[in-house]
Write a protein that binds this ligand. Sequence first.
Ligand SMILES: [Zn+2]
Length: 482
Amino acid sequence: MPQLPALDLHTRINHSPHVVILGAGASRASFPKGDANGKRLPVMADLVDCLGLKSLIEADGFTDTLDFEAIYDQIATSGNHSSLKAEIELRVKTYFESLEMPATPTLYDFLVLSLRENDVIATFNWDPFLVKAYVRNRAIAKLPRLLFLHGNVMIGVCPTDRISGIRSEPCPTCGGPLQPTQLLYPVRQKNYNSDPFIASQWTQLKDALNAGYMLTIFGYGAPATDVEAVELMRQGWGDNPTFELAEVGIVDIRSEDDLRKTWEPFLCRTHYGVSVDIWSTWLFGAPRRSCESLAMATLQNDPWHSNPYPKLRSLSTLHAWIAPLLSEERRGRFTGNPCLQPEDFREESAEPAKRIGTDFVLGWLKLLCKGQLTPPFCVELALRDGAHYNLHSVLTCDDDTSTMVVRIWDLRALNAEDVLTLKQTLNGIHDRQSLSDERLLHSKLDWANVHLHYDDISYAIEWHDRIWPDHKVTSEEIADSL
Ligand SMILES: [Zn+2]
């Protein structure tokens, strides 16, 4: 009897993870025009050409420079070309480190945002893009765990504390600099246990595969030099007690027959899908809800509305699109309700790379951050989760952490009659200093401090008219004034 995934029917949250495996094809598909400066992203087949290694390799006596994997395998196993090996490795590292992320959203931005913190993305790639996508989206949402199966130029380790992290950031424990991770090259006899960091990545991947409900393989062709890698993955996925119910998605340009042969041990009957691009997978068809959507459709016979990612062209719009999903995650209960549709976003053009503009929301709120008090009902602050508050004042803003503290008027104790009384009192107030003692405005009026991320703010309304209807005005007088 196969084991069911960890779907909580009360909260409708599926705690079984979605595991994604990325190969070179994924980075290629994500950056078809290269990096921000048009620098090509090499795959093994064109690495020699891309990095200008041909003359270097020929100088050491190799005539056929096309098959980098075979050449490197020979260099590494023979032990006769140590300076060539060092030079190749330096060039590879320098090249990958120099790649820059385009300003517009890439497939990797969509990818890291399509999964939650319980999910895993394991990559064979050395390039910095997955990490760069992670870094620029991590303040917006809880992102999946990343694993680097062959090391990565942007990931470092602290050997003392045995912690890995972003190389440019200090060790979270001792504060010291992180050391570069070893990059694992395409040799037939890879030893995944020789480096403690790489060994830990594989252990975590096996555990995730063992507990997973969905597996997506994106642009990874399982080359001959990776026999051992595929076997390690098969052990993790094959021993999964949910294997019979789980779903595999393969994103690859090869034919289905070919892919079926390659991935046969990973597939259970027809529980798999093949597509040539990632937009038609469960990952992008139900972002942040793939495991829930599949379980609701197949196990509960209660499918959710489809909610695919629109092909949005700016990061800020993408962040706005996923906001309702994040709001549900904070509440700990999923509805399956779809987000806004593409036509609800009027994107004139792609986000400009660098432009100094005026921020009429945050910039304006920062201007208020000079101790100025705002009367109740005059400035309304709307947050992305749908909450609305009456702004009292902006206490402090910190651009380094993108957080701020605002004070809001607390009207919760006031009934409708009290609100009318308060509005009458406000009509008689002409200087902002009188607002500083809220008890003088109304005995039940209070305030509260709200600690916010800049991105929590959706918009602000500056109400124009603060003259409230007067109790004493009669209907005849209103009619007369018309
Ligand atoms: Zn440390």
